[in-house]
Every structure is written in structure tokens, then in C-alpha cells.
Unconditional design. Structure first.
Length: 311
């Protein structure tokens, strides 16, 4: 009898201990999630940008006889793999999801007389995500992530009316998802959406229009700060350009005061919202999904459709 009991314990004890959760996981007691916007009146310094000359047909033919010289701000296409591995929704015990949102934001610090996609006065600089929780009676930080405007190519904002994001910094200390005791690592997906509501010059109203999506993926991110790979891993993430892109926020048509109770047509400061969905998993179970298509044709089609609505 004792022999049977001993063999039974030998079989089940490893299973029981492997199911024990890590102290770095399941951190969601009285959790708080905050999202802060970063703004500056001089995000893009247009004073240092060179004047752009758009060549006509004769100019292009003339250039064709000699060495080709690229137009300042001209873009070379870089195709990217549109299939990403996202966290699957099964194994709920080891998966957690949560969301952030900021509303009532303005993309520009001034009105415009030039049109809905006038980039002058752009003040959006980036945003921060924070998740906190109650850790044995004390407020503790589980995650901090800073995303910022990618200013590598400001001409892309002017020429194509699109912008990109990059990661400024990120630190993970605790997971909301359950983490096995023998695996203090986490997988995390960020899905970032920019949305707006606007009216064009014809009085057409568009509500909650999605202008772009961004995706950022962390795989096998360490949670234990005492391990040697912790600092190296997060330092390596800094400065990464985020998958995806968004149109700059279109300005709504309206009017502005010119004095003596007179008004003239103008375009707004561009109201918008940011929505962020975060998904965590401590198990490497993923599904393949088509995320984004960064081809130039895709951007051109969307841009033409949106600008037609704004006319």
C-alpha cells in the first residue's frame, strides 16, 4: 500500500509544482491603467526642411537623358512581411487582455486655411501606457510603454499625409496573465488604432473613422529583473519602428472669426482618439493572421478614398 502511495506521489508532485503560478504573474488586483499623451507645438521643424520642386514632364525627360536625381522626400518602397504571429485566444488561464483609450485630443495646435491635410502645427508627439496593481497592499508598476512619433522622414508626413510610430522604451515587471512558476517570460501584443470624426465642406459627417493601425509584438520578454538578460532585452527594443501606419488626422471644415463679427472658412485642429488593445500570454500558442499591407498601392487607394470624402 505504501509502495503504491509513494509511486502516486512521485507521479503527481511534479505536475502540481509545474502548475504553481509565478509571483510575477496574475498581477491584476485593483489594477489601474493610465494613458498619457505627449504634445509639443514644434514636433516637426519645417524651417530645416529643404524646398521641394515637383518636376513637370519636360523636366523628367531632361533628367532621363542623364543620371537620375531623386526628388527630395521621394520614397523607395520597402515591402514587409504582412503575416504576423498573434497570440491565440485559447488557453484562457495563461492569457489576459486589457485596453486603453484617450479621447478628446487635438492633432494640431492651430487652425488652417489651406485644407484638411495641412500638417503645419502638428503637435502629436507620442503617448505612454501604464498598468499598475495592488502588490500586497502597495501600489506597484506592472508595465510602462512609451511610443513616439517616428520623425526619420518628415517628408512622408508632408507628401503622403501618413505618419509612423516607434518604440521609445518599455519595461515589464509583472504579468496580468498567469505565469507558470518555471517560466518567468511573457509574450505581448499591442494593437494601436487612431480614429476621428469629422465633417467636410459639403456637410457630410463621418463618425469614428479608423485612419490607421499599428502592431507591436514582444516575444519571450523577461519579467525577472534579477536575471542578466532582462536589461539587455529591453534595451534592444528601444527605437524599433512599429508595424503599420496612419493618415495624419484630417481637419474638419468650419469657420473662424476675422474681426468685426465676420467669419471665413477654415479647417479645425483635428480631433481624434487613440485606442490600444493589449494581449498577454505566457505560453507560446499562436495563430497566423493577416495584419497589414504596407504596399504603396494600398496606401494610395486608401488616401484617394479618404480625400474624396473630404472634398
Amino acid at each position: 500500500m505504501h509502495s503504491i502511495l509513494s509511486r502516486t506521489l512521485i507521479f503527481f508532485l511534479p505536475v502540481l509544482f509545474s502548475c504553481a503560478g509565478s509571483k510575477l504573474g496574475s498581477a491584476h488586483t485593483k489594477e489601474e491603467m493610465k494613458m498619457n499623451i505627449s504634445e509639443s507645438p514644434n514636433v516637426i521643424d519645417y524651417g530645416i526642411l529643404k524646398q521641394q520642386e515637383v518636376p513637370n514632364l519636360a523636366g523628367r525627360l531632361e533628367k532621363g537623358r542623364g543620371p537620375m536625381t531623386g526628388l527630395i522626400g521621394g520614397a523607395v518602397s520597402f515591402a514587409t512581411d504582412a503575416v504576423k504571429q498573434m497570440i491565440a485566444k485559447d488557453e484562457k488561464k495563461y492569457t489576459a487582455e486589457y485596453q486603453y483609450a484617450l479621447t478628446g485630443l487635438y492633432f494640431y495646435d492651430q487652425l488652417s486655411l489651406d485644407g484638411p491635410f495641412d500638417p503645419i502645427g502638428m503637435q502629436f508627439k507620442g503617448f505612454r501606457l501604464i498598468r499598475m496593481f495592488d502588490n500586497d497592499g502597495k501600489k506597484d508598476t506592472a508595465m510602462v510603454a512609451d511610443f513616439e512619433l517616428d520623425q526619420t522622414n518628415p517628408y512622408e508626413i508632408i507628401n503622403n499625409s501618413i505618419f509612423r510610430l516607434k518604440l521609445k522604451d518599455i519595461r515589464l515587471n509583472y504579468a496580468k496573465a498567469k505565469v507558470p512558476n518555471n517560466n518567468n517570460f511573457l509574450n505581448m501584443d499591442f494593437e494601436i488604432s487612431f480614429k476621428t470624426s469629422y465633417v467636410n465642406g459639403q456637410g457630410d459627417i463621418y463618425k469614428n473613422v479608423e485612419l490607421g493601425k499599428f502592431y507591436f509584438f514582444l516575444r519571450n520578454a523577461p519579467l525577472d529583473k534579477s536575471t542578466p538578460e532582462y536589461t539587455a532585452y529591453y534595451e534592444k527594443q528601444k527605437g524599433k519602428v512599429i508595424d503599420g501606419q496612419s493618415f495624419i488626422i484630417p481637419r474638419s471644415f468650419g469657420y473662424h472669426m476675422t474681426g468685426m463679427n465676420m467669419t471665413e472658412p477654415a479647417y479645425s485642429q483635428g480631433a481624434y482618439n487613440i485606442e490600444v488593445k493589449v494581449k498577454e500570454s505566457s505560453k507560446n500558442l499562436f495563430v497566423n493572421q493577416l495584419i497589414i499591407d504596407n504596399s504603396g498601392n494600398f496606401v494610395d487607394v486608401l488616401e484617394n478614398q479618404l480625400k474624396k470624402k473630404l472634398k
